[in-house]
Design a protein around this ligand. Structure first.
Ligand SMILES: CC(C)(COP(=O)(O)OP(=O)(O)OC[C@H]1O[C@@H](n2cnc3c(N)ncnc32)[C@H](O)[C@@H]1OP(=O)(O)O)[C@@H](O)C(=O)NCCC(=O)NCCS
Length: 198
């Protein structure tokens, strides 16, 4: 099911189609992707885990009525699935209860880096959330993840690279804010990893 379309992309539900599951495994089994996500069970090690991962995502967002989720990013011209974009409530300090803070995120297959797909997909997802009335959307980036930091900065080229800042973003993205100070308020990446969950 299509969630959003942009100039070059369709954001849609991941499916149990074998091609989707193979691509999902290919993305989330890669250390260069999984290392930044800090999610339990990643990287995937067996293709059979793709269907389990999909089930986890579906269960997590079952009550969200399609507003939040982890969606496949498909290139309209080629049909290639380049990765995922996520939009979801951030968990609170107890690491379980969801807050009203909404996170946007991006996970791309390395073969699709360098085309602006993460920026385009993340921007569209965040714009939809802002249009629905949410005042700020957060990007949470691990220390050292310069590629992801760069995506966040593309939405706010004038903002400082670090800090809890109000971020200006182009187009419909009126105001997003980046939680880039999380690492300093939540000390160790390991702790942070436990807190984060994709
Ligand atoms: C983070 C990640 C999504 C960034 O991917 P990316 O492709 O570099 O990001 P974008 O989609 O914004 O693409 C920007 C790049 O595309 C280029 N580009 C090409 N065509 C473009 C276009 N039409 N529009 C915008 N950028 C374009 C830009 O110049 C830029 O390349 P550069 O960094 O060499 O200058 C990717 O590295 C990734 O998936 N990493 C692993 C998972 C991860 O860390 N996720 C984030 C967790 S917080």
């Amino acid at each position: 099911m299509t969630v959003l379309t942009t100039q070059r992309l369709v954001l849609r539900e991941w499916t149990e189609d074998p091609a989707d599951l193979a691509r999902l495994f290919d993305i989330y089994s890669r250390p260069e992707v999984a290392r930044w996500l800090g999610a339990p069970g990643l990287p995937l090690t067996d293709p059979a885990q793709a269907v389990d991962r999909l089930a986890i995502w579906r269960e997590r967002h079952a009550g969200h009525g399609g507003r939040y989720g982890i969606w496949a990013i498909e290139v309209r011209d080629t049909g290639v699935v380049v990765g995922s974009v996520l939009l979801q409530p951030l968990p609170g300090r107890d690491e379980g209860t969801l807050t009203e803070d909404i996170e946007v995120g991006w996970h791309l297959h390395p073969d699709s880096w360098g085309h602006g797909y993460a920026t385009e997909a993340g921007g569209a997802a965040a714009a939809r959330e802002l249009a629905a009335g949410t005042r700020e959307v957060y990007a949470v980036v691990a220390p050292g993840n310069e590629a992801s930091m760069a995506v966040a900065r593309r939405h706010d080229p004038c903002g400082p690279p670090l800090g809890l800042v109000r971020r200006r973003v182009p187009g419909d993205l009126r105001a997003a804010r980046s939680l880039l100070t999380r690492p300093t308020t939540r000390p160790a990446p390991a702790v942070r990893s436990a807190w984060r969950s994709w």
